[in-house]
Write a protein that binds this ligand. Structure first.
Ligand code: 5IU
Length: 264
């Protein structure tokens, strides 16, 4: 497979996104392109897992609305841990509404813009409801938010993102908003631009699917064949009885796959 990605060392210079500069720097320092998806439902369990995972991961992905006792003490601990352990806080909120509503949700009960470095955004609402709104937050230093990931493809069976033209339209929104869009959530790399990072969920080395639509494949397939940059792993780690062992395993595999032809 031809490697269409630039060397990591070159990517820091390529990008217009401050978030991507940080991500590439962190990736190289920690030798990790692993994002851990922690879908636990209590703040205690989430924080305990972060304590274990911090040294091995580039990013921690959360669903704040799935955490039953979510509160500000939690986000304060979370940001302190992210600063101390050098990882990026990723809230997988999947914004998909009018620009005005998105702005309200970013500053609403969970104050997402105040503690998340990056959030996911659907492409379905179109360019004007994405670029303008997020640019305001990303350019305002009183918020932590630094960039967004556009959902170009879902990992789920039968996802409508596979309909003709959808993924290409998401890429075109990214191209029009390079200062805000840090990359994509995708299955197979969707853009030849190396500075737009491709994050991919749907990774598990020991199972192929759950009973509710998720489709999993291995790390080599995702990084080497499908040319993604960052793997998002959830239950492969979080449902394991030996999470640290699994963190080491996924991290090593993903890093080896990404740097196979890159000694920069
Ligand atoms: N996630 C997906 N697929 C997607 C998108 C998000 O799995 O297309 I967009 C999320 C859901 C979960 C994590 O939080 O990524 C994957 O976790 P598992 O490895 O446990 O399936």
């Amino acid at each position: 497979v031809d490697n269409i990605r630039s060397l990591l060392a070159e990517r820091e210079a390529l990008t217009d996104s401050p978030l991507n500069k940080k991500l590439v720097t962190l990736m190289r320092r920690k030798k990790s392109n692993l994002c851990l998806a922690i879908d636990y439902t209590t703040t205690d369990k989430v924080l305990q897992m972060i304590e274990l995972a911090g040294p091995f991961v580039l990013a921690v992905k959360l669903h704040a609305d799935a955490i039953r006792d979510f509160n500000e003490e939690f986000t304060s601990k979370l940001t302190t841990m992210a600063n101390n352990m050098d990882f990026v806080i990723f809230e997988d909120r999947k914004f998909a509404d009018t620009g005005n509503t998105t702005a309200l949700q970013l500053t609403g009960i969970q104050k997402i813009a105040a503690w998340a470095d990056v959030v996911t955004v659907h492409a379905v609402q179109g360019n004007d409801s994405i670029g303008g709104v997020f640019r305001k937050f990303v350019n305002d230093p009183s918020y932590r938010l630094k960039g967004i990931l556009l959902i170009a493809q879902l990992s789920t069976k039968g996802s409508l993102t596979a309909l003709n033209g959808y993924t290409e339209s998401a890429v075109s929104i990214a191209n029009d908003n390079r200062d805000v869009v840090s990359g994509f959530i995708a299955q197979t790399r969707v853009s030849a631009c190396s500075d737009l990072l491709n994050w991919t969920p749907g990774i598990n080395l020991d199972a192929k699917s759950d009973s509710v639509g998720q489709q999993w494949r291995g790390v080599d397939q995702a990084i080497d064949v499908q040319q993604n940059d960052i793997v998002i792993v959830g239950r492969g780690v979080t449902s394991s009885s030996e999470p640290v062992q699994q963190l080491k395993r996924y991290r090593q595999m993903a890093w080896d796959a990404l740097t196979k032809n890159d000694t920069s």
